[in-house]
Write a protein that binds this ligand. Structure first.
Ligand SMILES: Nc1ncnc2c1ncn2[C@@H]1O[C@H](COP(=O)(O)OP(=O)(O)O)[C@@H](O)[C@H]1O
Ligand SMILES: [Mg+2]
Length: 245
């Protein structure tokens, strides 16, 4: 469904991504893990069109999209949940969510249908509709950020560190929502520092280091990989991930 083939990309000072290959199957939850600076967020930026690959290709259902503008990528059904503090604090929850439907604003009926569906999926959107987004807790804001993206009924949803700064209860809420989206047929690609949570939620795992993919497999394979468990899952100072799959 979504794939990267030999992608190189950077910010002007040389390539951050050094030939990234990645496949996200339809209805999969893929979690990218890896140390800080590995290029995880950069992968999401390339997919959402904020950064163009200097080499290699990104494709969606076989169609090359690596050189599309961000709004065209959005129209293809790929949406990224922005990092935290992306809501307009002085606007209501309702208004914030409606902004997510900007591309379909002329179709009032569709907008209404989508809003109803989003309210079903994310109850806080109805429960706190008139509240200023700035008054919500971190966990509530994250739910509204995701809800806003759902207004476009995306095929692929990209999440960068959705657990960042959330308490355990909010974390569980976000995890449940991601799970429901997956059940409903959405392809999910997330980056997660909380490796246990991320791989626990995912169907597939990808380990990145130094702008390259070091390991791929099912989430269980990655979780049980000896170097991963020692690096990230409480095994102490284990060896660094050094070799490919
Ligand atoms: N806007 C930017 N401009 C220049 N360099 C950047 C920018 N964003 C990230 N980088 C660099 O790209 C590398 C990978 O960053 P990033 O993809 O954010 O890593 P990760 O998400 O895995 O922590 C880092 O060395 C970082 O310093
Ligand atoms: Mg990052």
């Amino acid at each position: 469904m979504l794939s990267l083939n030999g992608v190189f990309a950077g910010y002007g000072g040389g390539s951050v991504l050094q030939g990234v290959d990645l496949e996200c199957g339809k209805q999969s939850i893929t979690c990218i893990v890896g140390p800080n600076g590995a290029g995880k967020s950069t992968v999401l930026r390339v997919i959402s069109g904020l950064l163009r690959p200097s080499k290699g290709e990104v494709s969606m259902d076989g169609e090359p999209i690596g050189h599309h503008a961000p709004d065209e990528i959005l129209r293809k059904g790929i949406t990224q949940v922005p990092q935290s503090h992306a809501l307009f604090p002085a606007m209501s929850v309702h208004e914030n969510v409606l902004m997510g439907g900007y591309l379909i604003r002329k179709d009032r009926k569709l907008l209404r249908e989508r809003l109803d569906r989003v309210k079903d999926r994310v109850p806080i959107v109805a429960a706190r509709a008139q509240e200023h987004a700035g008054n919500l807790s971190g966990g509530q804001r994250r739910m509204v950020e995701i809800a806003r993206c759902l207004m476009l009924d995306p095929k692929v949803i990209l999440l960068d560190e959705p657990s960042l700064g959330l308490d355990p209860r909010s974390l569980a809420g976000v995890a449940d929502l991601i799970h429901e989206l997956h059940q409903a047929g959405t392809t999910v690609l997330l980056v997660e520092q909380n490796v246990r949570l991320g791989l626990g939620l995912a169907t597939h795992g990808v380990v990145m280091e130094g702008g390259k993919v070091r390991l791929t497999g099912t989430a269980a394979e990655i979780r049980d990989h000896p170097e991963i468990s020692s690096l990230y899952l409480g095994g102490g100072a284990g060896p660094r991930v050094a070799s490919g799959p």
